[in-house]
Design a protein around this ligand. Structure first.
Ligand code: NAP
Ligand code: COA
Length: 266
């Protein structure tokens, strides 16, 4: 899907976004849509080669500047550097997308303390660190947006994902708290909770092989979502159309999270 089929081509003109996890998967899709719709974009994650490849690809297809700056979101100083580079290059940032995350399937009884801590540190603390690093530029930019990429795991007890469920529950809490504290500074803080999204590292790890077909039976729309469908929600949240949306978690999951347990596949 080309986002210009849905949105006006200049709908995000004038915006500057920092996107964590933006070299791959869902957040690459958000970076792509934002760049195509007129936003300057800085993507960050740990691997500079992946960032360079994605930045070159998005630059070529959008004609906009896309910068890749490596950082581990567990390192607040590294995130401050990313924000400083973005402001130096583009003069401001008014948008932060927190998508960096880690996950794997593990039974709670076998999960080590460090395994639990690692995922919480990337997803939850990483989100907090990035929000703190970007706060001052976002505050001075005005009309700012923090968009956290969360999940629906923690709406129910999701087996084998106690670490990610706890982390994303925390991300939802951060979303609501900062919406309340930072709204007065012109910073809207929202989240998107994707359901299972096709062709992503997340689903390769969490729904391998025949698990995918079983999972689809429990989704009312009877399919996984697409990266572009998450990007479309991210564009709307950044646009003036969502100017009064603050503290919201927008669920984009084909109805999966509202199904009723054992009756889901009927
Ligand atoms: P992905 O491609 O693996 O995206 C995660 C990104 O985070 C990668 O680019 C990774 O790059 C980066 N990252 C991981 N650890 C990092 C760290 N410590 N510091 C900086 N960057 C780090 O997976 P995805 O499936 O597209 O997931 C994207 C987001 O959507 C995540 O927040 C995930 O929880 C959420 N989500 C996904 C699904 C789904 O169906 N895929 C469903 C619900 C929610 P490096 O490894 O190079 O650092
Ligand atoms: N099952 C159980 N424990 C696991 C595991 C698995 N599949 N993978 C990692 N761990 C544990 C490790 O054993 C380690 O704990 P220990 O020290 O007690 O042995 C701990 O998690 C940290 O692992 P490490 O490999 O050092 O972490 P890392 O920081 O290099 O990588 C991960 C973080 C583990 C989340 C890695 O999967 C990653 O980089 N993921 C990013 C991409 C991703 O997950 N995308 C999907 C997003 S939904």
């Amino acid at each position: 899907m080309n986002p210009t089929d849905i949105f006006r081509g200049d709908v995000l003109a004038g915006h500057v976004a920092v996107i964590t996890g933006g070299a791959t998967g869902i957040c690459k899709g958000i970076a792509r849509a934002y760049a195509r719709l007129g936003c300057d974009v800085v993507i960050t994650s740990r691997k500079q080669d992946a960032l360079d490849a994605t930045a070159a690809e998005l630059r070529a297809e959008s004609g906009r500047e896309v910068l890749g700056v490596a950082a581990d979101v567990r390192d607040p100083a590294a995130l401050a550097q990313v924000v400083a580079r973005a402001v130096e290059r583009f003069g401001k940032i008014d948008t932060l997308v927190n998508g960096a995350a880690g996950n794997f399937l593990a039974p709670a009884a076998a999960l080590s303390p460090n395994g639990f801590r690692t995922v919480v540190e990337i997803d939850l603390l990483g989100t907090f660190h990035a929000c703190k690093a970007a706060f001052e530029p976002l505050r001075t930019a005005g009309d700012a947006l923090i968009l956290n990429i969360t999940a629906t795991l923690h709406y129910h007890g999701t087996p084998l994902q106690i670490h990610a469920s706890a982390a994303k529950a925390g991300v939802d809490a951060v979303t609501r708290n900062l919406a309340v504290e930072w709204g007065q500074f012109g910073i809207r803080v929202n989240a998107i909770a994707p359901g299972p999204i096709d062709d992503t590292e997340g689903m390769r790890k969490l729904a391998p092989g025949e698990m995918k077909q079983k999972a689809i039976k429990a989704i009312p729309l009877r399919r996984f979502g697409t990266v572009d469908e998450i990007a479309a929600a991210a564009v709307w949240l950044r646009s003036r159309g969502a100017a009064y949306v603050n503290g919201a978690v927008i669920v984009v999951d084909g109805g999966e999270s509202v199904t009723a347990g054992m009756f889901a596949a009927m």
